[in-house]
Design a protein around this ligand. Structure first.
Ligand code: GLY
Length: 372
């Protein structure tokens, strides 16, 4: 006999969990089936909430990202109140320093967002904002509304919140088949079980294409971390995220600094390479020279789920009871709150957020019925 649930979420990264929590808060019975959580992009990210520092062009993706960023503080607070855990949300702002060679772009820079929330700082102002920057820096953008969260801590908070709300989470399980009858999904199977649900949500990140003909490729990002605190240097010297042209540095309050990330189209090859780590370290040391003396902690990598236009796939599918929430590329941590909320609204009340039309999978024009 297949097991049953009202909503089955396939994928237990931040996007799947955020959607599960929203649905469970409305009294829905939700089960999340997920492969190993340690492999999710959620775990390997740096947690920047950076629609402005990422220089997203104006359009639906920027609108979605700005909306999600505006939800973040309250969303995290609600989850923390539910669980008593801390996701380490830190509205620290992001500095984007530029070198001489980057300055030619400066005049055209404000086209990425016309608002009052960012400011150009010359070198003198920038180095007052953040001590210890490279003397090669000529100035930079200050994005005070961009922020960060500890993505690993947030994953724990979301998972605990989901379980507190009655969500069942089955980890370490690969869904290997999905069956349909006409225009409805009727069952999914794992190597050891079968599941039936009224609604299915696919949130498998970089692995989404394993199950359905969804155009998603992994974009590998290598990262490393250093630790700034030594007996002679007792506090975190970096008080803002630094978003450079070839590297970003994300400080944590406990003294860690995360350094990321490469962008590589090499499939699911997860190993760190000397070239990738050398490039990140060289760029990080150039930008913030005291990095060279810090304690080297560890290296890792992850896979951004990337669509051909690098924008997410959200909303309905050709199957009336299958919904898609995947392909968040560089913005999965940032987009978790808005994704959870608009997916839950769509599923529960049929209310489609106006932005959802822009992110429907049909924009890629695949004939699912021919290939599935
Ligand atoms: N959001 C930063 C990255 O994907 O590297």
């Amino acid at each position: 006999m297949p097991s049953t649930t009202e909503v089955l979420v396939i994928g237990g990264g931040l996007i799947g969990l955020a959607t599960a929590v929203e649905l469970a808060q409305q009294g829905v019975e939700v089960t999340v089936i997920t492969r190993k959580l340690c492999e999710a992009a959620t775990q390997s990210a740096a947690g920047m909430l950076a629609p402005q520092a990422e220089r997203l062009s104006s359009g639906p993706l920027l609108d979605l990202c700005l909306r999600s960023r505006s939800l973040y503080a309250d969303w995290v607070q609600t989850l923390e109140n539910l669980t008593g855990l801390d996701a380490q949300y830190w509205p620290c702002g992001i500095l984007a320093p530029l070198y001489e060679a980057d300055l030619i772009d400066q005049n055209s820079e404000p086209q990425f967002i016309l608002d009052t929330e960012h400011q150009w700082l010359d070198y003198s102002a920038l180095s007052k904002q953040q001590l210890g920057l490279s003397s090669d820096v000529r100035g930079g953008w200050w994005f005070p509304a961009d922020a960060q969260v500890d993505n690993q801590a947030l994953a724990k908070v979301l998972s605990a919140a989901a379980q507190h709300l009655g969500v069942t989470i089955l980890e370490g399980v690969n869904v290997n088949t999905i069956k349909h009858q006409g225009n409805r999904i009727c069952q999914i199977s794992t190597p050891t079980s079968h599941w039936q649900a009224e609604v299915y949500i696919l949130a498998m990140g970089a692995w989404s294409g394993d199950l359905l003909p969804i155009p998603i490729q992994p974009c590998k990002g290598q990262m490393l971390s250093v630790h700034a605190i030594t007996p002679s240097h007792g506090e975190q010297p970096l008080q803002h995220v630094l978003f450079g042209t070839e590297v970003y540095l994300v400080p944590r309050r406990n003294g860690r600094i995360l350094i990321g990330a490469t962008n590589e189209n090499v499939g699911f090859q997860s190993h760190n390479t000397p070239l990738g780590i050398q490039a990140l370290l060289a760029a990080a040391i150039r930008l913030f020279p005291q990095i060279q003396h810090m304690i080297l902690e560890k290296f890792w990598s992850g896979f951004r789920p990337t669509t051909p236009d690098q924008e997410p796939i959200l909303g309905t599918s050709p199957y009336e009871n299958l919904f898609l929430a995947t392909g968040h590329h560089r913005n999965g941590i940032l987009l978790a709150p808005i994704t959870g909320k608009i997916m839950a609204n769509l599923i529960l009340s049929g209310t489609s957020d106006p932005l959802l039309d822009c992110f429907n999978c049909q924009r890629f024009g695949y004939d699912w019925h021919a290939s599935f």
